[in-house]
Design a protein around this ligand. Structure first.
Ligand code: MG
Ligand code: MG
Length: 251
């Protein structure tokens, strides 16, 4: 697959689907509380996506067993929504949502606390969110892919955490995953030059401990190798002459 830059019309369509992903995540965040299961969240997401006439891409295209990924505590990504996974006070859960609407895909992730969470968990969430903001800041015409990862990695490591290497950001458009790859780590001034019309998902995953991960026997769920906590935030971002446009904001 070749890199396809998007026209202004396509970016408008991508804003529509990504806004819906953002709104869905906003609704899901409100539902997160002690006692709810990750399957409950998935059922809400499926109904939301179907009502729009959109396609739950994770389930129907990636053959993932759910419309969203729900990764709790030491789970890194691709946690499978389950009726037996009851969220508890003090947990953190990352919710990755995607859909396709009018032929274009949306992709975004948030991590939220369940009830009251500890100061150290709050800090992990803040640092991860800030890493995403710093990555997005680099999404300007003339910069390079490596600048995005460099900004996120250096910040996260300066805070005493680590950036997961195995799962990275990506181009997005008619397909959920398009070239180029967008690592959340890297070297300044290296890689593809960013051009107007490039649309990418920027998605730092931050571990409190080491960056190494394992995949569970279910074939999907990724966990930290050292059992430490993990968080992720993701936005779909268009590179425009006016700077980065975050497409997956809810409003
Ligand atoms: Mg995602
Ligand atoms: Mg993504």
């Amino acid at each position: 697959m070749k890199i396809r830059l998007k026209t202004d019309r396509e970016i408008k369509l991508m804003r529509e689907v990504n806004r819906e992903v953002g709104k869905l995540l906003q609704e899901l965040a409100k539902l997160v509380r002690p006692g709810i299961t990750t399957k409950d969240l998935d059922e809400f997401a499926e109904e939301y996506i179907r009502k729009l006439g959109a396609i739950p891409t994770f389930k129907e295209m990636a053959k993932f067993p759910g419309c969203i990924c729900t990764s709790v505590n030491n789970q890194v990504v691709h946690g499978i929504p389950s009726p037996t996974q009851v969220l508890k006070e003090g947990d953190i859960v990352s919710i990755d949502a995607g859909m396709q609407l009018n032929g274009y895909c949306g992709d975004s992730t948030i991590t939220v606390g369940v009830g009251e969470i500890s100061e150290e968990k709050k800090r992990l969430l803040e640092v991860t969110k800030q890493a995403l903001a710093l990555g997005i800041e680099q999404c300007v015409v003339g910069n390079r892919i490596g600048d995005i990862g460099y900004a996120m990695q250096t910040y996260v490591e300066s805070q005493g955490y680590s950036i997961v290497r195995e799962f990275i950001g990506h181009g997005i458009g008619k397909f959920m995953h398009e070239p180029p790859e967008v690592p959340s780590f890297g070297k300044k001034g290296t890689g593809l030059e960013l051009k107007r019309g490039l649309v990418i998902a920027v998605e730092p995953i931050v571990n409190m401990g080491d960056y190494k991960v394992n995949i569970l026997r279910d074939g999907w769920t990724v966990v930290t190798a050292d059992g430490s906590l993990s968080a992720q935030f993701e936005h779909t971002v268009a590179i425009t002459n006016e700077g980065p446009q975050i497409l997956s904001l809810p409003d």
